[in-house]
Design a protein around this ligand. Structure first.
Ligand SMILES: O=C(O)COP(=O)(O)O
Ligand SMILES: [Mg+2]
Length: 234
């Protein structure tokens, strides 16, 4: 039995413009009301995730900053994985490099982040990755399709999900994970069932057990109805 659903946010519950799919919200509420734990798992900040959790109606179990932070329920202690300093140092290197090419990097919500660094996609993520590699920096460059993130090695939504699973007392084999991007691959692989929505990147689709026929929030609803058909047939 799939006792928990871990879902990505941007590109999975939202569309390309980050507008949330209202049918996806309804589906999450149906799951929550049936006692299924819904974990919102995103590259977004804790404060963003808290607001989203409240308004959607989950118990506040979240993975934020691509696994850099996670927490069981609103009242649980916030766990911080990884070292933000190494990400900030790597960001400085990238900022100098791209400044030399006349491109200014734009940080996203830096004052609200505990573990990672996120910035605008106005540069090629592959070029950023190449610079990190050339400089021998021990940081991952993740392209979520919405932002570029710098993560310490070992930090991922999948690693955070494993830790949360222990806290929740739910084996990872009983978790359904749904996502769309590179930052969802470890989570999709670690879960008992991994789903990619139709708009997912090729590597994310490859990692998944199932790829939905519909994109974005409609794909999320399709996946949930597929695995919890009894809850939605009433
Ligand atoms: O914060 C991002 O860059 C994307 O967020 P997501 O993990 O919810 O898709
Ligand atoms: Mg996403």
């Amino acid at each position: 039995m799939l006792r928990a659903v871990a879902t990505d946010v941007d590109g999975t519950l939202t569309d390309r413009r980050r507008r949330i799919n209202t049918a996806a919200i309804e589906a999450i509420r149906t799951l929550v009301d049936a006692g299924i734990t819904v974990v919102l798992a995103s590259g977004n900040t804790v404060c963003f995730m808290d607001t989203l959790s409240k308004m959607v109606g989950t118990d506040g179990t979240i993975i934020g900053e691509n696994g850099g932070v996670y927490r069981r329920s609103f009242s649980g202690p916030l766990q911080i994985a990884g070292d933000r300093e190494v990400c900030l140092e790597a960001f400085e290197v990238l900022r100098d490099y791209f400044a030399g090419k006349g491109v200014e990097l734009e940080l996203y919500s830096a004052q609200y982040r505990f573990a990672d660094v996120a910035f605008a996609r106005n540069v090629d993520p592959a070029e950023a990755q190449a610079i990190i590699q050339v400089k021998g920096l021990d940081v991952r460059v993740l392209d979520t399709g919405f932002a570029i993130h710098l993560q310490p090695p070992g930090v991922s939504k999948g690693a955070a999900m494993r830790e949360l699973a222990i806290e929740l007392g739910i084996p990872t084999t009983e978790i359904l994970a749904i996502g769309d991007s590179e930052n969802d691959i470890e989570m999709i692989e670690a879960a008992g069932v991994g789903v990619a929505v139709a708009n997912a990147t090729p590597a994310t689709r490859m990692a998944a057990d199932v790829v939905t026929s519909r994109p974005y929030g409609d794909g999320f609803v399709e996946a949930v109805k597929m695995y919890y058909s009894d809850l939605f047939s009433r």
